[in-house]
Design a protein. Structure first.
Lengths: 399, 433
C-alpha cells in the first residue's frame, strides 16, 4: 500500500471498495501501478543522457544508410538491363560493413537506454518477447544474405533481386519491431493487455502514433539511402564510359530519391506530430519556446535540404540532412520524456539505491580513457588503410 | 516480481538463455583466441613468404570475420535481448552496477570491428605493396588486444554473478569486479580461447592444397590446443578451489540438473587433449570431418563448463542478492507474509481476468513467475511432470513449504497459504499429463 498510486485513492477507500464484491471487480489496476521502480543512476544524468543522444545519433544514421541502401539496391535491380545502370556488387559491397557498424553503434545507446528507462523498456520487452527475440535471428539472416549476394552466388538477376527484396523486408521488419518497442515503452496504459495475453506476442498497432512513427523511419532511410547513392556517384570510379554512366545515374537518382522521400518524410512527420498525446504535441506547437524553435528549425532544415537537392548541391544537402537528424534525435528524446511525465512523476519516490554504488566514478573515468584510446586506434587504422587504398587507386590509374 | 513475466510453459526459460549464451561464448572465445592466432600466424607467413600460406591466411580471416563478427556480434546482442525478457529485474541490477564497464567494453568492440575489417580488406594492398607488412600486422595486433580487453572486462561481470564476495556489503565496484574468482576465470578462459582458436584453424587448414604447408599449419594449430590445455586444467582446479564451500557443494551434488554436465566436462577434457595430440601426430592426413569433430569437442568443453558455472549459482542469480527467478529475499519475505499479490502488480493484473478456474489460473501464473526459469511443463529442460510423481497429491504443499531448506539448490516458495494452495492445485492438475 506504499505505492504512490495510492496517493490518488486513499488506502482506506481502496480497502472498502475491494472488500465489496460488487466494487472489487471494478477496481482495475492503474497503469502507474505496473511500472517497476527504477535504480539510481550510476553516473550523472548530464553524462548518461548526452551519451545516449550522441551514440543514438550515429546509430540511426547508420541504420538509415543500411536500410536505405538495401532498398535502393533492390529497386536498382528492378530496372531492365541495358539502361546502363550497374547492378553488380558495387551496389551492395559496402552494406555488410554498414550493418556491422550499425549493430555496434546500437549497443551503446541500448546500454544507456536501459539505465535511464529500464522499467519501461524491459516491461515492453517482456510483453512483446517473441517479436523482440526474433529480430536477432532475422538480422543475422539478413547479414549472411548480404554476404551471399556479394559473393555472386545468386548469379541470375532475378535471384539477386529476390535476395535483395528479402533482405530489405527483413531489415524493415526489424525497424517495425523496434518501433513497436519504443512506442510501447512510452504507453504503460497499453500494458494492461498483458493480463489477457502474457505469451509475449503483444504489438502496439492500436497506438495512433505507431504507423507514422514507423513510416518516419522508412522514409528517412529511403532519403539517406538516396544521399549515399549520390555520394557513390560523386566519388565512384569513372575510368570507363560505363562507369561514368553509372556514376551519373547514381548522382541523379540518389538526389531524386532524397528529395521525394524527404517530402514524404515531412508529411509523415506532421502526421506523427498530430498523433502524439496532446501534452507532447503542445510542447512543440507553441507550448515551449525551445520545443517550438526545434520544430521550426527542423522544418526549415527540411525545406533547405530539398532545395539543395533539387539544385544538385550534394554537400549542402548532406549537411542539412545531418542537422535535421540531430534535431530529430533530440526532439524524439524530449517527446519520449514528455509522454512518460505522468508516470515518472508518480514513481519518482520509488527509486532504489544501487546495489554497488561506490567506485562508479572510477568506472566512468576508465570508460572515458578507453573511449579516447579506442578513437585514436580507430583513426590510426582507418588512415593507414585509406592511405594504402589511395595509393592502389593511383597505381591502377597509372596502369 | 516488479516486472511482468513471459508465459511460455513448454520450455524452461534458462534453456533459451543457455542455447544462445553457450553458442555466443564459444564463438566469442574464438574471436579472442583467434585474434592472437592471426597475429602469430601472420608473423610466420611473413617469415616464410609463401603465397599459398598468405592465401590460406586470407581465407581463414574471411571465415573468422563471417563467424565472429556476424554470428558472434549478433548473438552477443541476443544475450542482452534474452536477459531483458527472462530476468528483467536481474538485468536491471547488473546494468546499473556495471554500466561503465560495459560501455568500456563497447569501445573495444568498435576497435575490433574496424581493425578486423581493415585486416581483411587490405590483403590485396599487401600483395601490391601499397601496405607494409608491419602495418598489416599492427592491424591484427590491435584487434587481438581489443578482443582480449573485451574478455578482461566481461570476465568481471560474469564472475561477480557467481562470487560477489564482500562487494554487496562494501557496495564497492572494484570489490565486485575484482572478486575472488576473477583471476582463475580469466586464466581459464584465456587458455580456452587459444584452444578454440587452434580448433577452428584446423577446420580451415584441413583444406590447404599444399601438403607440406597443410602439415605445418595443422601441427602448429594442434599445439594451440595441446599447450594451453595444461593451463586450462590447472585453472580449472584453481577456479573450483577458490569457490565458496556452498558453491562447491552445488557443483558436486548428484542431482539431474548439474551432474550430466560435470560428467561431460570430466570426460571431454581428456578427449580434447587426445584429439589435439592425434591432429598433431597425423597432421598430414587430417581431413575436414575430423576437424569438424575437433571443433565439436571444443563446443562440448565450453558448453559443459558454462552450464556448470551457471548452475553453480543456484538457487541464486547472484548469491545473497537475487534468486534465479528474479526475486530478491526482501520481496520474497513480503510475499510469504502478505501474499504474492502484495508484491506483484502483474499477479494482481492476471487475477483480474475472468477465467473458468481462477485458482488453477493463479497456480499456473505463479509457476510461470517463480518456477519456469528452470522448469518446463512437458518440455525441455527439467520437465516438472515426471518430478511430480515423487510426491503424493497432499505432499506437494509440504514440498513447497520446505523448498529452499530441504532442497537448498532451489529458491524458497514465495507466497502465503492461499498462493501455496493455488500452485499445489495447478501442479496436481499436471499429473494427468
Amino acid at each position: 500500500m506504499s505505492h504512490p498510486a495510492y496517493r490518488i485513492i486513499p488506502p482506506a477507500v481502496c480497502c472498502i471498495l475491494l472488500a465489496c464484491p460488487a466494487t472489487a471487480a471494478f477496481a482495475q489496476l492503474l497503469p502507474v501501478e505496473l511500472i517497476p521502480p527504477a535504480f539510481e543512476l550510476p553516473g550523472s544524468w548530464f553524462v548518461v543522457k548526452p551519451l545516449l543522444l550522441l551514440t543514438f545519433f550515429i546509430h540511426i544514421i547508420l541504420v538509415n544508410i543500411l536500410i536505405g541502401s538495401t532498398i535502393y539496391a533492390f529497386f536498382n535491380s528492378l530496372r531492365p538491363l541495358g539502361t546502363g545502370v550497374n547492378t553488380s556488387n558495387s551496389d551492395t559491397a559496402f552494406i555488410p560493413k554498414i550493418l556491422a557498424l550499425a549493430v555496434n553503434f546500437g549497443v551503446a545507446p541500448f546500454l544507456f537506454l536501459q539505465v535511464l528507462y529500464n522499467g519501461y523498456l524491459y516491461t515492453s520487452s517482456v510483453l512483446m518477447a517473441v517479436w523482440w527475440l526474433s529480430i536477432i535471428a532475422v538480422v543475422m539472416l539478413a547479414y549472411y544474405a548480404l554476404y551471399i549476394v556479394n559473393s555472386g552466388v545468386p548469379a541470375a538477376l532475378a535471384q539477386r533481386r529476390a535476395f535483395l527484396g528479402l533482405i530489405a523486408c527483413m531489415l524493415l521488419y526489424t525497424a517495425f519491431v523496434w518501433s513497436t518497442q519504443t512506442s510501447m515503452m512510452t504507453r504503460p496504459e497499453s500494458w494492461l493487455r498483458w493480463g489477457q495475453n502474457p505469451g509475449g506476442t503483444l504489438l502496439n498497432l492500436g497506438d495512433p502514433s505507431f504507423i507514422p512513427r514507423f513510416l518516419h523511419v522508412v522514409f528517412a532511410s529511403v532519403a539517406i539511402g538516396g544521399l549515399v547513392a549520390a555520394w557513390r556517384g560523386r566519388l565512384g570510379s569513372k575510368k570507363s564510359v560505363a562507369e561514368q554512366t553509372v556514376s551519373a545515374e547514381h548522382s541523379k537518382n540518389g538526389l531524386y530519391w532524397f528529395w521525394t522521400a524527404s517530402l514524404c518524410q515531412g508529411v509523415a512527420g506532421i502526421w506523427y506530430l498530430f498523433a502524439l498525446p496532446p501534452a507532447v504535441r503542445a510542447f512543440f506547437l507553441g507550448g515551449n519556446s525551445l520545443g517550438t524553435a526545434a520544430l521550426v528549425l527542423a522544418l526549415l532544415g527540411l525545406a533547405l535540404a530539398v532545395f539543395f537537392a533539387l539544385n544538385s548541391r550534394l554537400t549542402a544537402t548532406s549537411a542539412a540532412a545531418l542537422g535535421i537528424i540531430l534535431i530529430m534525435v533530440c526532439m524524439r528524446d524530449i517527446a519520449r520524456d514528455l509522454a512518460l511525465v505522468p508516470y515518472t512523476k508518480a514513481t519518482a519516490a520509488m527509486v532504489k539505491p544501487l546495489p554497488v554504488a561506490e567506485g562508479q566514478h572510477i568506472a566512468l573515468l576508465f570508460f572515458l580513457v578507453c573511449a579516447v584510446v579506442a578513437a585514436l586506434a580507430v583513426v590510426w587504422v582507418l588512415r593507414a588503410a585509406f592511405r594504402a587504398y589511395r595509393q592502389t587507386r593511383l597505381l591502377e590509374a597509372e596502369e | 516480481m516488479e516486472y511482468p513475466f513471459w508465459f511460455i510453459p513448454g520450455i524452461s526459460k534458462s534453456l533459451i538463455m543457455a542455447c544462445i549464451a553457450v553458442l555466443h561464448v564459444f564463438v566469442a572465445q574464438f574471436a579472442v583466441g583467434g585474434g592472437l592466432y592471426l597475429f602469430w600466424m601472420e608473423k610466420k607467413a611473413h617469415a616464410l613468404n609463401s603465397p599459398i600460406l598468405w592465401d590460406w591466411l586470407k581465407g581463414h580471416t574471411r571465415f573468422f570475420l563471417l563467424l565472429t563478427m556476424v554470428f558472434g556480434g549478433l548473438s552477443g546482442v541476443g544475450i542482452w535481448f534474452t536477459m531483458t525478457v527472462i530476468n528483467p529485474a536481474g538485468t536491471s541490477a547488473l546494468i546499473h552496477t556495471f554500466l561503465f564497464v560495459w560501455a568500456a567494453e563497447w569501445t573495444f568492440f568498435l576497435v575490433e570491428i574496424i581493425a578486423l575489417l581493415a585486416l581483411f580488406s587490405t590483403y590485396p594492398f599487401l600483395k601490391n605493396g601499397t601496405l607494409k607488412a608491419s602495418t598489416h600486422r599492427m592491424f591484427s595486433l590491435i584487434y587481438a588486444i581489443a578482443a582480449f580487453m573485451s574478455l578482461v572486462l566481461i570476465n568481471g561481470v560474469i564472475t561477480f554473478m557467481l562470487t560477489p564476495g564482500q562487494s554487496l556489503a562494501t557496495a564497492n565496484l572494484l570489490d565486485a569486479f575484482f572478486n575472488q574468482s576473477y583471476l582463475p576465470s580469466l586464466v581459464f578462459r584465456t587458455a580456452l580461447c587459444c584452444m578454440i582458436a587452434g580448433m577452428f584453424a584446423l577446420f580451415t587448414a584441413s583444406r590447404l592444397s599444399d601438403s607440406s604447408l597443410r602439415r605445418m599449419v595443422i601441427k602448429d594449430s594442434s599445439l594451440w590446443i595441446c599447450v594451453p590445455f595444461f593451463i586450462l586444467i590447472c585453472a580449472s582446479f584453481w577456479y573450483y578451489a577458490i569457490l565458496p564451500v556452498d558453491r562447491q557443494l552445488i557443483i558436486m551434488r548428484r542431482t539431474a540438473d548439474i551432474r550430466p554436465f560435470v560428467i561431460a566436462y570430466g570426460w571431454i577434457l581428456p578427449i580434447v587433449l587426445l584429439v589435439g595430440v592425434i591432429a598433431f601426430g597425423r597432421a598430414q592426413r587430417l581431413r575436414r570431418p575430423m576437424a569438424v569433430l575437433i571443433v565439436c569437442t571444443g563446443l562440448v568443453l565450453a558448453g559443459s563448463f558454462e552450464f556448470i558455472r551457471e548452475i553453480a549459482r543456484r538457487p541464486w542469480l547472484t548469491p545473497e542478492y537475487m534468486y534465479s527467478n528474479g526475486i530478491t529475499p526482501e520481496e520474497g519475505e513480503q510475499a510469504m507474509q502478505m501474499g504474492i499479490d502484495s508484491v506483484s502488480p502483474w499477479m494482481r493484473l492476471a487475477g483480474q481476468q475472468s477465467v473458468e478456474n481462477p485458482v488453477l489460473m493463479k497456480g499456473e501464473m505463479i509457476f510461470s513467475q517463480q518456477c519456469s526459469t528452470c522448469h518446463a511443463v512437458d518440455g525441455p529442460r527439467l520437465n516438472i511432470i515426471p518430478r511430480l510423481k515423487h510426491f503424493a497429491p497432499h505432499g506437494i504443499p509440504s514440498q513447497l513449504t520446505g523448498q529452499g531448506r530441504r532442497l537448498e539448490y532451489m529458491p524458497p516458495f514465495f507466497g502465503d497459504a492461499t498462493d501455496r494452495e493455488a500452485l499445489s492445485a495447478y501442479l496436481n492438475s499436471l499429473r494427468s499429463h
